[in-house]
Every structure is written in structure tokens, then in C-alpha cells.
Design a protein around this ligand. Structure first.
Ligand code: SOE
Length: 390
């Protein structure tokens, strides 16, 4: 079996997720399209790099990403760094002929996103694959939703309502990690989580044409976390800690018009007590409706207009062996999948794209399209007007 050497850049939360997925992919998908070999782990902090190398099972570690990009042995670069490092690493890796899986949002600025999409388009001519980690569109229930839509089961889509609500930053004593700093993250909740539902909305209903938005920052300063490691609200700092300003959004809500003529709304916040990974999607069509909530990710609700008046209502389909990759994850109804399996499915699609030489559905052009919507959301929050996503 063909073997592909993987280099991971950034050993935080997402680095763990990518590693688990590379390791597990051949355990679920066998024969695998190719076997990922955990070759090099790179992190700017030498202690973290050495420790994570041992823990995750990579062969070696380094602290400078140029070393992996220049290493002829490396086939794949998985980028799990803060957002402002995505562009330099991804562009150098693509130019060096490495396949790149990059965490979302694609970049911290629109300019970087454009440059990454251009580098990916050039590299694609030589069979190099680019992918953005918009894994939620691969939840089997959402793949089923797309199947219903493509088959015409809910008719013409009229309205798409999406939310992504979390609570991990609702406590003002949660530290100021890079996710609250514009220079590093580019945006707050908008790039971090609204981007996921923008991707899902566009996958289901086609490209968004224009938006009108409101963007809010509720907690304008946070205690400074020495070392800057992103602990996603799992630590709280006391009142004596030095504070620094937050210059990104906590919450954004926007109305959207799709190119198809459908309309809808998207709302995202990380300050919603009681909501954890509350990705919801509700679509209304001329022939029915579809409803999804990630907190119950193995379920899809559907309602068909053609059902008799006294039977019409939402029914719940439990996803399992009969659905997207269900026969290879856990092939017994009701075993269910979670975040780990979802990232594994994403890695399978990535490795398959590499071996087949076909760009995946979440390639850098798609990541750039999401960025155009985010850019229009920020513009509209300042202009107070509908802004085109161009
Ligand atoms: C934090 O909001 C976060 O880790 C996001 O960065 C991820 O993209 C999301 O999947 C889970 O929450």
C-alpha cells in the first residue's frame, strides 16, 4: 500500500484531532487509499514539540515549519496553527508540492485567503491537493440532508436558518488567548465558528450573494494568559491578572440572500450559556423542511408537505450503517459517531482526494468563498447596509 508521510504543524487541540484521525483512518477504512505515516511534528515551543511527538507517536519533531516544507520526505502538511500563520506555511508547502490540509478559517485576512486560493489553483495543475478543515459538512446527517435536497424531496429551498452557539468564552475570566486578538485570529466568533455554518449553508443552498449584519463584542478585555497557549476557556484567571483588550467579535448575526433567490439567517456566538456545540440548520422548501442540531448529530429531522394532513410532521431519521460511510465506522445501528470519527472521515476524504488526484469539496477555493462572506459581514457591520460577497 502507498504510504504518505505526514507533517503536523501546531500541536494544540486541533493537532490532536488531526493526529487521532490520521491514526484511525486505516482502522475504519480498509483497504485505505494510502497509509498515513506520522513522520514529523512541528511546534514553535520545543517542550510542547518534544512531548507531543512522544504522546502522538510521530517519528521526529522540530520547531521551524520551514524544515517540514523543505523536507523531501514529507508528502502532507497539516496546518493547525493560529490563523495568521496559515498563509505563509500553506503557500510555501503548496509551492513545494506538498498536499495541504489547513484548519479553518482559511486565513486571518482576506488578502491572505486570496493568495492561498491562488497558490492552491497553481499547485492543483500539478496534482497537489488543498483542503480546508470544514468537517461539519461531512456529518452523515447533513450529507443525508444534501441528498434529500438534491433529489428534490423538499422542493425549492426558500429559507435557511443556521446557528452556531457555544459558551466557552462567556466567562470574562477566561483568558485572552490568540482567538481574541485580531492580529492573530483575524476575526473572533465570525472566523472561528460562523465560518462553519456559512460553509454548511453554502453546501446545502448554494453560494451566498449578500449579507446585512450586526457584530458585537460584549467582553472588551480579558486577563492575559502567560505563554498564550489556547486552552479554550478551560482555565480561569483571577481578578489580579493583568488585562488586555479584546479586539474581535463575540457575536455576529446576519441576514443572507443566496444566489438562488433563497433567503435566511446565520447567528454565531461563543457567549451563550447552556449551548455547547449548538450547530443548527433548518431549511424550509416548497415541498418540506429539514432540521439538524449537532448536539444530536446522529439524527436528522425531515417533514414532507405531501404527507396527509393528519400525519404531517417532523420524523427523525437516526443515521447509521445505511448512511455516509456508516458501513465502515460502526456498522451496527445506534452505535453512533462523534467528533473523532468525523475528523477521521475528513482525513479519509483528504487522502482519497490525493490518491485520486481530485480536489475535495472543501478545497481552498471553497475556503476563500467562505472568507468572502465573512469579509462582507464585517463590511456590513460598519456600513449598516447589505454588502455583496464578492
Ligand atoms: C472553538 O470555538 C472551536 O474549537 C472552533 O475553533 C472549532 O472550529 C469548532 O469546531 C469547535 O470549537
Amino acid at each position: 500500500m502507498k504510504r504518505l508521510n505526514v507533517a503536523l504543524v501546531g500541536a494544540g487541540f486541533m493537532g490532536k484531532a488531526h493526529t487521532v484521525a490520521y491514526s484511525n483512518m486505516p482502522k475504519f477504512f480498509w483497504p485505505a487509499p494510502a497509509y498515513p505515516v506520522l513522520k514529523t511534528l512541528c511546534d514553535i515551543d520545543p517542550k510542547i514539540a518534544e512531548d507531543s511527538c512522544e504522546r502522538f507517536g510521530y517519528e521526529k519533531w522540530c520547531t521551524d515549519w520551514h524544515d517540514v516544507v523543505n523536507d523531501p520526505e514529507i508528502d502532507i502538511v497539516s496546518i493547525c496553527t493560529p490563523n495568521n500563520a496559515h498563509a505563509p506555511i500553506a503557500i510555501a508547502a503548496l509551492n513545494a508540492g506538498k498536499h495541504v490540509l489547513c484548519e479553518k478559517p482559511i486565513a486571518s485576512t482576506r488578502k491572505d485567503a486570496e493568495a492561498m486560493a491562488a497558490a492552491a489553483a497553481e499547485a492543483a495543475k500539478k496534482g497537489v491537493i488543498s483542503m480546508n478543515a470544514y468537517q461539519y459538512r461531512r456529518v452523515p446527517a447533513l450529507v443525508l440532508a444534501k441528498k434529500f435536497i438534491d433529489e428534490g424531496s423538499i422542493g425549492k429551498i426558500l429559507n435557511v436558518r443556521c446557528t452556531y452557539l457555544q459558551s466557552w468564552s462567556a466567562d470574562p475570566s477566561s483568558p485572552l488567548s490568540w482567538r481574541f486578538q485580531k492580529e492573530i485570529a483575524g476575526a473572533g466568533t465570525l472566523g472561528d465558528i460562523a465560518s462553519h455554518v456559512i460553509d454548511i449553508a453554502q453546501m446545502l443552498a448554494g453560494d451566498i450573494d449578500s449579507v446585512v449584519s450586526t457584530v458585537k463584542t460584549y467582553i472588551t478585555e480579558r486577563p492575559v494568559q502567560e505563554g498564550g497557549v489556547d486552552l479554550l476557556g478551560t482555565v480561569k484567571l483571577g481578578p489580579d491578572a493583568k488585562k488586555a483588550p479584546v479586539d474581535v467579535d463575540d457575536e455576529n448575526s446576519f441576514l443572507v440572500k443566496f444566489k438562488s433567490g433563497a433567503v435566511g439567517s446565520i447567528e454565531a456566538t461563543r457567549n451563550a450559556w447552556g449551548r455547547n456545540n449548538f450547530i443548527t440548520v433548518e431549511l424550509h422548501g416548497t415541498e418540506g423542511s429539514i432540521c439538524f442540531n449537532y448536539e444530536r448529530l446522529n439524527e436528522l429531522q425531515v417533514c414532507f408537505a405531501k404527507d396527509p394532513d393528519d400525519r404531517r410532521g417532523f420524523k427523525t431519521i437516526y443515521t447509521g450503517p445505511a448512511h455516509f460511510y456508516g458501513e465502515v465506522t460502526w456498522n451496527i445501528p445506534g452505535m453512533n459517531i462523534g467528533y473523532g470519527e468525523l475528523k477521521t472521515i475528513e482525513i479519509y476524504d483528504f487522502i482519497k482526494a490525493i490518491t485520486e488526484g481530485k480536489q475535495p469539496t472543501t478545497n481552498f477555493q471553497v475556503g476563500y468563498q467562505v472568507e468572502k462572506v465573512c469579509d462582507a459581514v464585517m463590511k456590513s457591520s460598519e456600513s449598516g447596509k447589505w454588502e455583496p460577497c464578492v
